[in-house]
Ligand binder design. Structure first.
Ligand code: HEC
Length: 266
């Protein structure tokens, strides 16, 4: 018994440790993204951003346009006209992009991975949300940008025109960057005022949230259905318990006729 308890403890401990170390994202603190699969408007915006800014390089090839349209409440004709750019594709097709993987590898050094399940790997939605918002200028990299949670990433800053270019002010040595009270350096990522994007930082955060919400939905489209089903299962078990108890009483009556339930009559 002791060994079993010990094994369970070790297993739980290593699980916890691995998820913590994943969530750490290379030491950079992750921002929270409370995804909400019931927020259809956010998911619809999310798929639109994904198709416009990401699908050129990445597939979400384990799901179909039709399922996404139905789940998100998008009419099929609107989906085909506005969100499916491969004009040979049909609504029932898997959401593959038309980039040749070998060419992509030559261009980027790595083939852009499929993103259907990406919100379940690494640090989950929080990691994604932080990753997409922490590209910053770094002239030593091939695309001129680096990333805080994915150092030396091979992906260009796909949302540059929306966010603008961020600078890491921690590398800046100007004396004005100190907190007047503590004297500590106040620094982090901030958008260069000379090279702003078309969105304000708040709009950009909302946009990335919608994108992450959509990718979290992709990774588990039946999340809402699963929860609903869970409630039915518990209700069923509660009703079943009554009958199971009555049946048990009936059976044990024959085994121990004089049990507490059937006290001697004479
Ligand atoms: C120009 C092509 C291109 C575009 C556009 C692009 N990506 Fe990427 N992306 C890449 C490449 C290449 C990698 C692989 C980077 C590496 O492994 O170093 C990558 C990696 C990623 C990863 C890391 C996956 C992992 O776990 O290794 C995520 C997440 C991601 N992209 C999300 C997005 C999202 C969301 C968008 C749309 C806003 C997007 N990408 C747009 C090329 C692109």
């Amino acid at each position: 018994m002791k060994t079993i308890i010990l094994t369970v403890k070790v297993l739980l401990g290593s699980l916890l440790f691995s998820s913590l170390s994943l969530a750490a994202g290379g030491g950079y603190p992750l921002d929270r993204a409370e995804v909400d699969p019931t927020d259809k408007a956010s998911l619809q915006r999310g798929v639109r951003y994904f198709q416009n800014y990401c699908a050129g390089c990445h597939s979400t090839g384990y799901q179909r346009y039709e399922r996404v349209a139905d789940d998100l409440g998008i009419p099929h004709d609107l989906m085909m006209d506005n969100l499916v750019f491969d004009k040979t594709a049909k609504i029932g097709n898997l959401m593959h992009n038309s980039m040749d993987p070998a060419e992509a590898k030559a261009w980027f050094g790595v083939t852009p991975p499929d993103l259907t399940l990406v919100s379940r790997v690494r640090g989950g939605p929080d990691w994604l949300y932080t990753y997409l918002r922490t590209f910053y200028e770094d002239p030593s990299r091939p695309y001129g940008v680096n990333n805080k949670v994915f150092p030396d990433v091979g992906m260009p800053h796909a949302l540059l025109e929306l966010q603008g270019i961020q600078i890491d002010t921690c590398q800046d040595t100007s004396p004005n960057e100190r907190d007047p009270l503590t004297g500590e350096k106040v620094c982090g990522l901030s958008v260069d005022p000379q090279r702003k994007g078309s969105m304000t930082p708040a709009e950009f955060d909302q946009m990335v949230y919608d994108l992450v919400n959509f990718l979290a939905y992709s990774a588990e489209p039946i999340r809402e259905q699963r929860k609903r089903l869970g409630i039915y299962v518990f209700l069923f078990l509660a009703v079943f318990l009554v009958f199971a108890y009555l049946l048990k009483r009936e059976y044990w009556k024959d085994v121990y006729p004089q049990s507490r339930d059937n006290p001697p009559t004479a």
